[in-house]
Design a binder for this molecule. Sequence first.
Ligand SMILES: [Fe+2]
Length: 267
Amino acid sequence: MSLRITPLTGNVGASVEGINLNEPMAPEVFRELNAAFLRYCTLVFRDQFVGPEAQIAFARQWGEPVVTAGLSKLQLAATPEVVQITKIPKATSSTEAWHYDSPFTAVPPKLSILSAQVVPNGGDTMWTNQYVAYDRLSEGMKRMLAGVRVRFRGVRLARMQGIADKDIACAVHPLVRTHPETGGKVLYIAQSDNIESFDGMTPEETRPLLDYLYAHCTQPDNIYRHMWRVGDVVMWDNRCTMHYAVHDYGEQERVLNRVTLKGEVPV
Ligand SMILES: [Fe+2]
């Protein structure tokens, strides 16, 4: 069996065919898949229909699944590594903005894998390529951003979960992050609600620069937009891509099973 890996845009995302994620994977297949994952940041597998056990087994090839604190209500009882992402009210949706998962924690996740169970009309997810976003900056801007650190704060998630202000998670990480496996540089940012300031700068000084970088990263030519079908599996590298869950499906059901892997401290 040989993999067919096809880029889905010029900058981010590739589809993978010729693999059944319900079956164990040979080491050489994993190596090929991992190379594609590092190159395209987001991989799409159609018609997989994986259950929780198979999804966890697939995820373990890449590392250690985490049981995410604060999401216990969404965990499957027999397999708490699998979180069921169900529809959330649009008004408080923390995921309808470009984001990395959990940059406001000390050790943000390495990657996540979603498996589509119930799909509405709409409900697409989009991903960026944060290497490209960094590379497209001028040399002057790159010099200015070198060494800047970001004070992340999980405000949007806290709002959604009713967490008190004093208990909102915070962490400080480099704005220009070096990917631990590829050595490439990426812009590590968030939507402005989730950034207190750049370290050592005021919020007023931070905001215009941050707004510029956010718009710069999320240009249409730096995005892959995935239209879900039941049975799809999509995995993304949470160290070099931001994502955005479009909430355009009203009261329709949407269920995606997610497994997230332990990451490393950003440097
Ligand atoms: Fe997310």
